[in-house]
Design a protein. Structure first.
Length: 276
């Protein structure tokens, strides 16, 4: 489904029209036609509350951890996560209101909501959802169709897309294979997080996209927006396997025991136990 905000409505419409001309229908929701044509209230019916603004340090979002080291726990993120952390992500990746993201991740996932939802929602970009389970063939066909500017995934997704290309697309006739290549090259940015991206996978995508690598990052459910490769990075100068620089406002260092110590305004406020 394609969701368009008021800022990106013209772009969303053009994407839908272009897809329709190519015989592909995308369920979509346009916001503007559903707004009232005339004001619902007059100025005398609107009351300005004297209450204080909601506390940005209070609980706003809960993301449950995977449970790899113990029982899953809920990372309680502050209300500022919805706008301030999202703005930091948008700034680092230089997101634009004209961007169109293909969203294939679960929205209860740290990447699916913190990197691939709130930042685009705040900037006024378009988010196109893939409602069913991940399908590498479908994603490649969607790349080839065009209209997508940003794609975000985890290493497994990029690995499965690489396998599909090598096993199915690479043996196609040159002209048909090139249409897939051009679709991938038309994507302005690729994001990846959640775990380490394997070097062969990064090499495949970097070569396919003319030297532009996947922008990787390092963080966790408890400490989002920690370290990342920004869109403006000098890719030629990046060391192999680098996860980038600390996000502005974040301090990080390696302890004597080899642990990464992080001080961040984006850090979670507490953990809650998951009840059975």
């Amino acid at each position: 489904m394609l969701v368009s905000s008021s800022a990106a409505a013209p772009l969303a419409t053009s994407v839908v029209d272009r897809m329709a001309q190519q015989g592909t229908a995308i369920p979509h929701l346009e916001v503007l036609p559903h707004l009232p044509a005339t004001p619902t209230f007059d100025s005398y019916q609107i009351v300005v509350s004297s209450d204080r603004y909601l506390d940005d340090n209070a609980a706003g979002v809960v993301i449950f951890t995977s449970g790899t080291t113990a029982r899953p726990k809920g990372s309680v993120l502050r209300r500022a996560y919805i706008h301030e952390t999202a703005s930091a992500v948008a700034d680092a990746y230089e997101l634009l209101p004209t961007d169109v993201l293909l969203h294939v991740l679960p929205v209860h996932h740290a990447t699916g909501i913190g990197t691939s939802f709130f930042p685009f929602l705040n900037i006024g970009a378009c988010i196109e959802f893939r409602a069913s389970s991940f399908d590498a063939a479908w994603v490649w066909d969607r790349f080839r169709t065009g209209g997508i500017t940003v794609f975000s995934g985890v290493p497994t997704i990029y690995l499965r897309l690489m396998w599909h290309y090598q096993q199915q697309i690479a043996s196609l006739p040159s002209a048909e294979r090139q249409s897939y290549d051009l679709g991938a090259q038309a994507l302005r940015s690729l994001f990846c997080g959640s775990s380490a991206l394997q070097a062969p996978v990064q090499d495949f995508w970097t070569q396919l996209r003319g030297g532009r690598p996947i922008l990787v990052r390092y963080g966790s459910s408890e400490v989002p927006s920690c370290i990342r490769v920004p869109a403006s990075a000098d890719f030629a100068a990046l060391p192999p396997g680098s996860v980038g620089l600390t996000v502005p406002g974040v301090e990080a260092k390696i302890s004597d025991d080899g642990e990464l110590l992080v001080k961040s305004p984006y850090m979670f406020s507490k953990l809650v136990e998951r009840r059975r």
